[in-house]
Design a binder for this molecule. Sequence first.
Ligand code: NAD
Length: 255
Amino acid sequence: MTQVGIFGASGRMGTLLVQETQSDNDMELSSVYARDGMQELRARDLPVAGSVEEFLRSCACVIDFSSKEGSLELVRTAQNLGLYKPMVIGTTGLTQEDFTQIQTLAQHCPILYASNMSMGVAILAKISALVAKTLKDSDIEIVEYHHRHKKDAPSGTALTLAQVCAEARGLDLQKVRISGRDGIIGARSREEIGVMSVRGGDVVGKHNVGFYLDGEYIELSHNATNRLTFVKGAINALKWLISKPNGLYGIQDCL
Ligand code: NAD
């Protein structure tokens, strides 16, 4: 039995991860931690850790769906105390600088980071790269839809999809990404990649990657209808990761 710690255990994702881990025959839930809702977690008789250090000491591997601040505290604590555990990180809204810290920790333990744990999105990314490269004159516009509570925008998944399209065309996404248009902005440039966000209701997650030409267009769309998709993806990713050498992996690696 693999002893798993869930970081961010009181959140929308964390709650489902706790349930799925508890009903998994290969896994034992050995520690949980969250910034909010600790009392509720204790009331449910879960193995609540009193600190990030205790959390890490009480498990053999970690699944983290928390926040930018939470993930960074987790990564820094593991690094500073030498508590190197295989980790699946699904938190979004991280910067390049944050990834540098994750990369440093990944020299000592295997870490899998994915802004989206669904198989369907991993395949969408592969197809999008192919279309971006093949239809090189098409205008690329990505639109993502999420529930009203989502804190970061554009979604990590939309940025990943934009990144693979930019890479397929040899472009620097930082220079060509447009997120929002307003006023007299002039004609669209050939190279720009639009990444737009819609927020509302309880939409779990929808991503639409459009390739627009004169006379025709292709739109590739992925809809997540249930968070369990991400939860099962994260648990499968962890099972795959625990026997891997140290290093930073992506969801494409475990397809
Ligand atoms: P949520 O707000 O419902 O839950 C966040 C959880 O993290 C809570 O338990 C909260 O207490 C905890 N937390 C926040 N800051 C913390 C800190 N500093 N220290 C310790 N714990 C902290 O959010 P959610 O909808 O569950 O999503 C969590 C993250 O996962 C977000 O970044 C979201 O975008 C991302 N997400 C990723 C995927 C994916 O497939 N990769 C899918 C869904 C959500």
